[in-house]
Design a protein. Structure first.
Length: 178
């Protein structure tokens, strides 16, 4: 397997894991919890989902052939919470990820040698992917953090529970050394 093939496999795996963490977080929340914001300057989970979806659809539609900032995108509107139901929030979440993951899966190793543009700025395809990795990870992390605040003691961890690190590490070592 070439380095380019390995890279494409790794980024697809990492992004799918990121979406899965978001899925598990959103599943724990009720409607009003999705609209909670710490203060007027903070974004709710609903707003973050709207922004992520808008970004994904704009950046990854015709990724290799058109500028990533589509003229149809209204980025400022993404920061206005206009969702009325959890179903609408989830539909936006799924639509954005579907466009993005489908495009990512369609990339070939030859595509990695090319360039794309975002707002006229020329980026190597790999740079554009890494830029989105950082951007999406930041926002999924925000979603998780807000959900932890909202859920409090009812939060179901997405990773190793507190106080269980040693047990988890031992189990992993046993699994991979067998």
């Amino acid at each position: 397997m070439t380095l380019a093939q390995t890279y494409l496999q790794i980024v697809q795996k990492r992004f799918k894991n990121m979406k899965e963490q978001g899925d598990q977080t959103l599943a724990q929340l009720e409607g009003e919890q999705l609209h909670w914001a710490y203060n007027e300057e903070s974004n709710s989970i609903a707003v973050i989902v709207k922004h992520l979806s808008g970004n994904m659809i704009s950046r990854w539609t015709d990724f290799l052939t058109t500028d990533g900032e589509k003229p149809t995108r209204n980025r400022d509107d993404e920061f206005i919470d206009s969702f009325h139901t959890k179903e609408a929030i989830m539909a936006a979440w799924e639509k954005g990820w579907q466009v993005f993951l489908d495009t990512l899966a369609s990339l070939t190793t030859a595509d990695l040698d090319g360039d794309i543009t975002i707002r006229g700025e020329r980026l190597a395809v790999m740079d554009a992917i890494e830029r989105q990795m950082a951007h999406y990870a930041q926002h999924v992390g925000q979603i998780i953090y807000i959900a932890k605040q909202v859920k409090g003691a009812e939060w179901q961890t997405l990773s190793i529970p507190k106080g269980q690190s040693q047990t988890f590490t031992e189990a992993m070592l046993e699994k991979y050394q067998s």
